[in-house]
Design a protein around this ligand. Structure first.
Ligand code: GLN
Length: 569
C-alpha cells in the first residue's frame, strides 16, 4: 500500500504570520497538479475544541460536514482545495489528553506510567495517521502556535518522529517566519528568522523550506544570507510579501516554484500545474465591473475573524456577478429605531449573521424591520433567521411577546426553543445541532431558484429551533413561506417572504461551503438581488458620492469645494 507523503508546517517569531493560508496555498498548488491532498491542524492549547471559545478570542468556529467544531484555518483549507475535512483534521492538546486520560482510566495502559513521551507524542502521531488514508497523496499538517512555546513541544517532537519513520523523502518541513523591516535602520532584518530556525533545529528539525513573511519582498543577498545561516537551499527561501488578497498567495508561491521544490524533495511525479482558473478568479476579483454594499448587522463585528467564512462567502457571491462586495460591519447594539433608516440607508442589502446570547438582539430586530418595510434584500443566517421570524411575528402577526427562550427563558410566546422543550421533555442541557443535514426545498422559492435543485445539504451550529407546531400556521397565514425543511425530522430550515424582492432566513450556515471558484448559491442570489436594488436606485459609486455631497448643508459643502477649485496662491 502506497503511503501518503507529508508536509509539516510550523511557525516562528510571532503568531498570525499566515501559516493557515500558507498550508492552504501549497495544498492548492499540489491539487492543481492533480494530486489528492488533505490538510490537518494540530493546536497546542488545552480546550478540547474551539466550540466553547469566545469569537473575540479565537475567531470563527468552523464546522465540518461531520459536525466537528474546528479552527478557522480549516475554512481556508476548504476554500483553497477540495479536501473533505472531518473531525480528524483538527485536534488540540486538550482532545489528545482527553483520549489518553480516558484510556488510562479504562486501564488500557496495563499499569504503565503514562507520559508525554511516548504516550502524548504517540497519540499525536495516531492523529496524523488518522487522516493518512490510502487515497491521499500528500497530507499537510499545520502545527498551531509558535516554535519555542512550551505547549507545542510534544507536537514538534511527534513530527520529528514521523520524519524518522518515513525518511527524508517521505516528508518536508516548511517553516513560516518573519523578515521585518526596521524603519529606523532602513533595513530588513534576518536575525528573527535565524533564531527561529535555530530553535527548530535544537528540537531536531531542519526546515526544508522557509516561507519568509515580508512587507515588500527582498533582494537576492537577503535570500542568500538566510539560506547560508539557516542551512536551507537558496531556492527554498521564499519571499512571501504582503498581497492585496489571500487568493493571490498560491500565485506568488507558484512564481517561486514552491510546489516544484516540494515535489522534488518528496520525489513525487505529478502532472503540470494548471493554475489558470484560479488566476482568472484573482484577476476577476481585482477587476470588478461595479460594487455592491452589504451591511452586516452582527455582534462580533469589531473582530472580523469572528465572521471569516461569512466575509469570504460574500466576496464569492460578488465574484459570481463580476462585482466587488463591500462588506460593512455594523454593531447591532448601536442600531436604534429612530436612527435605523439613516444608519442603514447606504446599504444595498442587509445580512444578520449567526450569534449567541441576548446582546444586540433589539438592534437586529430593528434592522430586519427596516429591510422588510423598505424592500431591502435581506439574508438571515442562523440567529439572523430566528430574529427574522421573531420580527415578523411581533410586527406583522401581532404576537408582541414572540421570542426565543435563549433570550428570555420565561417568554410566553416561545417562537424558538430547544428541541427538548418543544417535545415537552425536561431540558437536559441540550446540545447543538451540528454538521450537515439534508434539506428539501419548495419549488419556486428563492432558495430553490438559487440552488437550482430540490435537495441540498448544509451545515449547522445552533441549539434553538422554530416552534413549528405553535407558530407555523400564524406566520404562513401572514405571508411567510417555509421553503426548506429537513426531510425526516421536520425542522424548519428556510423561511422567506415571497412578496419581497429577496428576503430569506436559513437555520444553517451556508457560508461554510462557499469557495472562490464555487460561490455558495444563496450568497450569489443575495448579492445579485442587492445589486439589482442598487441599480434600480441608480446607485453607482459616482452617484453615491454625488448624493452624499448634495445632502451636506450648502455652506459646508461648497466652501471646501470652491477652495479646492481655486489655485493655491
Ligand atoms: N443562538 C442561536 C441558537 O443557538 C443561533 C446560533 C447561531 O447563530 N449559530 O440556536
Amino acid at each position: 500500500m502506497a503511503r501518503p507523503k507529508y508536509i509539516f508546517i510550523t511557525g516562528g517569531v510571532v503568531s498570525s504570520l499566515g501559516k493557515g493560508i500558507t498550508s492552504a496555498s501549497i495544498a492548492n498548488l499540489l491539487e492543481c497538479r492533480g494530486l489528492k491532498v488533505t490538510l490537518q491542524k494540530l493546536d497546542p492549547y488545552l480546550n478540547i475544541d474551539p466550540g466553547t471559545m469566545s469569537p473575540f478570542q479565537h475567531g470563527e468556529v468552523f464546522v465540518t460536514d461531520d459536525g466537528a467544531e474546528t479552527d478557522l484555518d480549516l475554512g481556508h483549507y476548504e476554500r483553497f482545495t477540495h479536501a473533505v475535512l472531518t473531525r480528524a483534521n483538527n485536534a488540540t492538546s486538550g482532545s489528545i489528553y482527553e483520549r489518553i486520560l480516558a484510556k488510562e482510566r479504562r486501564g488500557d495502559y496495563l499499569g504503565k506510567t503514562v507520559q508525554v513521551i511516548p504516550h502524548v507524542t504517540g497519540a499525536i502521531r495516531e492523529q496524523i495517521e488518522r487522516v493518512s488514508t490510502k487515497d491521499i497523496d500528500v497530507v499537510l499538517t499545520e502545527i498551531g502556535g509558535t516554535v519555542g512555546d512550551i505547549e507545542s513541544l510534544p507536537f514538534v517532537e511527534a513530527i520529528r518522529q514521523v520524519r524518522q519513520q518515513v525518511g527524508r523523502r517521505g516528508c518536508v518541513f516548511v517553516h513560516v517566519t518573519l523578515v521585518p523591516y526596521i524603519a529606523a535602520a532602513g533595513e530588513l532584518k534576518t536575525k528573527p528568522t535565524q533564531h527561529s530556525v535555530k530553535e527548530l533545529r535544537a528540537l531536531g528539525i531542519q526546515p526544508d523550506i522557509l516561507i519568509c513573511r515580508t512587507e515588500t519582498g527582498f533582494s537576492a543577498d537577503i535570500r542568500e544570507k538566510i539560506a547560508l545561516f539557516c542551512d536551507v537551499d537558496k531556492e527554498a527561501v521564499i519571499a512571501a510579501r504582503d498581497v492585496d488578497t489571500v487568493y493571490q498567495v498560491p500565485v506568488e508561491f507558484a512564481a517561486q516554484r514552491v510546489d516544484e521544490i516540494v515535489l522534488d524533495r518528496l520525489r513525487i511525479e505529478a502532472g503540470p500545474r494548471n493554475l489558470e482558473p484560479w488566476k482568472q478568479m484573482v484577476h476577476n476579483l481585482r477587476n470588478p465591473r461595479d460594487a455592491v454594499e452589504i451591511g452586516v448587522v452582527g455582534k462580533y463585528v469589531d473582530y472580523e475573524d469572528s465572521y471569516k467564512s461569512l466575509k469570504e462567502a460574500l466576496l464569492h457571491g460578488g465574484l459570481a456577478h463580476g462585482l466587488e462586495t463591500k462588506v460593512r460591519w455594523v454593531e447591532a447594539e448601536d442600531i436604534k429605531r429612530e436612527t435605523c433608516a439613516e444608519q442603514l440607508s447606504a446599504y444595498d442589502g442587509i445580512l444578520v449573521p449567526g450569534g449567541f446570547g441576548l446582546r444586540g438582539i433589539d438592534g437586529m430586530l430593528e434592522a430586519i424591520r427596516y429591510a422588510r418595510e423598505n424592500d431591502v434584500p435581506y439574508f438571515g443566517i442562523c440567529l439572523g433567521m430566528q430574529t427574522m421570524v421573531i420580527e415578523f411575528l411581533r410586527n406583522v402577526c401581532g404576537v408582541a411577546g414572540a421570542h426565543s427562550t435563549e433570550f428570555d427563558p420565561k417568554a410566553t410566546e416561545r417562537a424558538f426553543l430547544k428541541l427538548r422543550e418543544l417535545k415537552g421533555v425536561e431540558d437536559l442541557g441540550g446540545t447543538m445541532r451540528l454538521g450537515a443535514w439534508p434539506c428539501r426545498l419548495e419549488p419556486g422559492s428563492f432558495a430553490e431558484r438559487a440552488y437550482g435543485r430540490l435537495e441540498i445539504s448544509e451545515r449547522h451550529r445552533h441549539r434553538f429551533e422554530f416552534n413549528r407546531p405553535e407558530y407555523e400556521g400564524i406566520v404562513t397565514k401572514h405571508g411567510m413561506r417555509i421553503s426548506g425543511e429537513t426531510p425526516e425530522v421536520d425542522y424548519v430550515e428556510i423561511c422567506e417572504l415571497p412578496s419581497h424582492p429577496w428576503y430569506l432566513g436559513c437555520q444553517f450556515h451556508p457560508e461554510f461551503k462557499s469557495k472562490p471558484l464555487e460561490p455558495q448559491p444563496l450568497f450569489k442570489a443575495f448579492v445579485g438581488a442587492s445589486y439589482k436594488r442598487r441599480t434600480e436606485r441608480g446607485q453607482t459609486d459616482e452617484q453615491a458620492e454625488a448624493e452624499k455631497f448634495l445632502r451636506l448643508p450648502r455652506s459646508r459643502s461648497l466652501g471646501p469645494m470652491l477652495q479646492w477649485a481655486e489655485p493655491d496662491t
